[in-house]
Ligand binder design. Structure first.
Ligand code: SAM
Length: 288
């Protein structure tokens, strides 16, 4: 259906289907016609690509993805949207909608079964209440994907795209930088959504790196250390890590010093190499 991001068309569809927005599911639908084509074009929706979309709403972005990519598999949790999508996406034979929770979906199976011979990318206007868990899920599973292009709240975008060693960095920044190269693409004002959220948004793209940094032997422990470092971000690395991991300060201090860091260093001052060294040294102390 053309004109899907026209506000009159959207209101008509929603009214006919008796649909009401669920705040709990992060349902802020895009009504600015210029945004979805840009996400699709900058998000690798093109020949030779299969796209996974997370959260379709009434299918505004799905429609733009389907026009450009070979195939789209869209995962939407809200079963009330399924009959709406059957109407709005009727013209696209290359779209498969799966009514499921993305957090419980086997994405590797989807990639293997649905996208044979294609490169794969993820594109979405994410539900804001689970932005970080979704990004972590996509990254940590090491899915064979090229890129993740998502709209998120501006504050989350700043954190995802931050450089390590700056005030904007957090545990999720460590994971993003470990697996990918992030890029801020463009801002989207709150007025582009129905209903409008309380904050502005940004579209970002994470280009998945072919290799991960060297020196990490136990990834699970490495990410635990990253989470622990930022668990109490106002405190020193030493205090935050020792409280989060339940390890004595003496042991953590030894690992911090052996990593060439000061006792008073704060988590936002650490670079990737520092996180790698601290987790490696901490593991050695714990084992020894
Ligand atoms: N793509 C649409 C658009 O841009 O207008 C909708 C975006 S809206 C911000 C987020 C969508 O994600 C909603 O349709 C919501 O129902 C869906 N959603 C929320 N939680 C989900 C989950 N755990 N798994 C899959 N979809 C989810």
């Amino acid at each position: 259906m053309e004109n899907l991001s026209n506000i009159g068309t959207i209101k008509d569809i929603l009214l006919r289907h008796g649909f009401s927005f669920s705040k709990a599911l992060g349902q802020n639908f895009l009504v600015n016609p210029s945004v979805c084509p840009k996400i699709a074009e900058m998000g690798n929706a093109r020949e030779g690509f299969g796209i996974i979309e997370i959260g379709t709403g009434i299918g505004v972005l799905t429609h733009e993805l389907a026009k450009r990519a070979e195939k789209v598999v869209a995962v939407e949790i809200d079963s009330r949207l399924i009959p709406i999508l059957e109407e709005t996406l009727a013209e696209h034979k290359n779209v498969k909608v799966i009514n499921a929770d993305i957090m419980k979906t086997d994405l590797l199976k989807i990639i293997e079964e649905e996208f044979e011979g294609l490169e794969v990318a993820v594109c979405a206007n994410l539900p804001y209440y689970i932005t970080s868990p979704i990004i972590m899920l996509l990254l940590e599973k090491r899915l064979p994907i090229k890129s993740i292009t998502v709209m998120v709240q501006k504050e989350a975008a700043d954190r995802f795209c931050a450089e390590l060693g700056t005030r904007e960095a957090g545990a999720v920044t460590v994971a993003v930088r470990y697996f990918s190269t992030p890029k801020m693409l463009f801002k989207v004002s709150r007025g582009s959504f129905m209903p409008p959220p309380n904050v502005d948004s940004c579209v970002i793209r994470l280009d998945i790196n072919e290799t991960t940094p060297v020196g990490v032997e136990d990834e699970e422990f490495f990410f635990k250390v990253a989470r622990g470092a930022f668990a109490q971000r106002r405190k020193t690395l030493l205090n935050s890590l020792s409280a989060f991991l339940g390890i004595s300060k003496d042991i953590v201090l030894d690992a911090v010093k052996k990593s060439g860091l000061s006792e008073t260093v704060r988590p936002e001052e650490l670079k990737m190499e520092d996180f790698i060294n601290v987790s490696k040294n901490l593991k050695i102390f714990l084992q020894g």
